[in-house]
Design a protein around this ligand. Structure first.
Ligand SMILES: [Zn+2]
Length: 443
């Protein structure tokens, strides 16, 4: 079984071959933790999660890294605006983000590094780049010297003259060249700064990712896969490649994937339009697995248009699948190569959803299809969260039912009622028949 990924670096779909046989490492840029995570953050995390699931199906040893950017200009601005301490703000948002991702059934990454826990590593990486003469010190800043890296622009196909970030009309005086970017800058903020060989300051955004990757996989190791939203291709990922190539002897990363934007009713989400959908808000009113299905309903490279129709279609798919998954409580699963092929085709989730919808219909007529359906749902992280029936839950329910039976026999009706309520809280409906008690999960 071969996995094909559309590689932004080569602009084509390529067979994925890990640099080390059987071992894969993947990094996905995580959120900057300054405001409530929105569905765009969730989509980026979901694509990482799906790649992680399919890679784990195909390879023995997969390392998935998703960082938390807890040092950034946006964080300082937001904390000043709210009058909240920076650490308090980033810790609160991190907690919300992690809880949201868990509800959306994202697997926990192997590593979830934070910038604040990697300052020494970042200083070390910057020092390596300086030693390599790919950066210079000016006015308490450490600045990457673009002249030192001739391959710059390979990911975004940008030509040298396009490289100046359009928003920056006035070049900073400490830069030799307006194209150069900052690795370390001074900080006047007492809760967002660290001592360094270049004075009290803080890292630039781009070096944070490069350094966290290198600290985990090793400075001279190549990353297999790097992902993130397509708004990060330039300058963030270009700068990562430049830094990573100038602090190490190895290639920075072999495969790059980028996911498209989430639109709301065909409009870009923005605070000024007031159409930003936060994950917490949508989870207040919607089943998280239905949200998960909606997030994978478009191919990841395409924009995802979030509309009422998107949600309705996802609800339908969820109902179809879960009503079949609940036919029996057995947990046997069976690998389905046809389905894996669909996912291996650059993570074709629209086709995969169509496939399992049909499979769910078939399962109603032929329960032999169920083990495959179950396995496929596992690969997409789709579960029935009306309630998950696993073996330990079945055991627990049945032992509570036996205890209730015993209580009834002993005419301890208070205890019997308490146990019935307990089961009811677990979504278990009991019916007392002539041949004993039967149970089912309430919908
Ligand atoms: Zn990043």
């Amino acid at each position: 079984m071969n996995l094909y990924i559309y590689n932004t670096l080569t602009n084509k779909k390529e067979q994925f071959v890990p640099h080390n046989h059987g071992e894969v490492n993947m990094y996905v840029c995580g959120p900057t933790v300054y405001s409530e995570p929105h569905i765009g953050n969730a989509r980026a995390a979901l694509i990482g999660d799906l790649f992680y699931r399919i890679l784990s199906e195909l390879f023995d040893n997969v390392t998935y890294i998703r960082n938390l950017t807890d040092v950034d200009d946006k964080i300082i601005i937001e904390s000043d605006k709210l009058g909240v301490d920076i650490n308090r703000l980033t810790e609160d948002i991190t907690r919300v983000y992690q809880a949201n991702m868990l509800k959306l059934n994202m697997l926990k990454p192997t590593h979830e590094p934070k910038v604040t826990e990697n300052i020494d590593n970042i200083i070390d990486t910057i020092q390596k780049i300086l030693n390599n003469k790919s950066a210079y010190i000016a006015d308490s800043h450490v600045v990457f010297d673009m002249e030192s890296f001739s391959q710059y622009g390979s990911l975004s196909n940008k030509k040298s003259e396009d490289l100046i970030d359009g928003a920056r009309i006035k070049p900073e005086p400490y830069k030799r060249n307006p194209k150069d970017f900052v690795l370390w800058k001074p900080s006047s903020h007492k809760s967002c700064g660290w001592d360094s060989p270049w004075g009290y300051g803080r890292p630039g955004w781009h070096i944070e990712c490069t350094s966290m990757i290198k600290s985990i996989i090793g400075n001279d190791a190549t990353l297999d896969i790097h992902g993130g939203g397509n708004d990060l291709i330039f300058p963030h990922h270009e700068n990562e490649i430049a830094q990573g190539s100038c602090c190490s002897s190895s290639d920075y990363c072999n495969y790059w994937f980028h996911n498209g934007i989430v639109l709301v009713d065909k409009k870009k989400m923005s605070k000024s339009l007031g159409n930003v959908i936060s994950v917490s808000d949508i989870l207040e009113v919607e089943n998280p697995i239905i949200v998960r299905i909606a997030l994978m309903s478009a191919h990841y490279r395409q924009p995802l248009n979030w509309t009422e129709d998107t949600m309705n279609n996802s609800r339908n798919i969820y109902e179809k699948i879960t009503s079949s998954l609940e036919i029996e409580s057995s947990m046997t699963t069976e690998r389905d190569d046809k389905f894996i092929d669909l996912l291996c085709d650059d993570l074709n989730t629209p086709n995969a959803l169509q496939y399992i919808s049909k499979q769910a219909r078939d399962a109603k007529r032929d329960s032999r299809v169920l083990p495959k359906l179950r396995h496929n749902c596992g690969l997409l992280g789709i579960k029935s969260n009306k309630i998950t029936i696993d073996k330990s839950l079945v055991d627990k329910i049945e032992s509570l039912i036996s205890l209730r039976e015993a209580a009834r026999k002993n005419k301890d009706y208070i205890e019997a009622d308490r146990l019935r309520d307990l089961l009811s809280d677990m979504n278990v409906a009991l019916s007392d028949g002539s041949d004993g008690v039967s149970w089912k999960i309430k919908h």
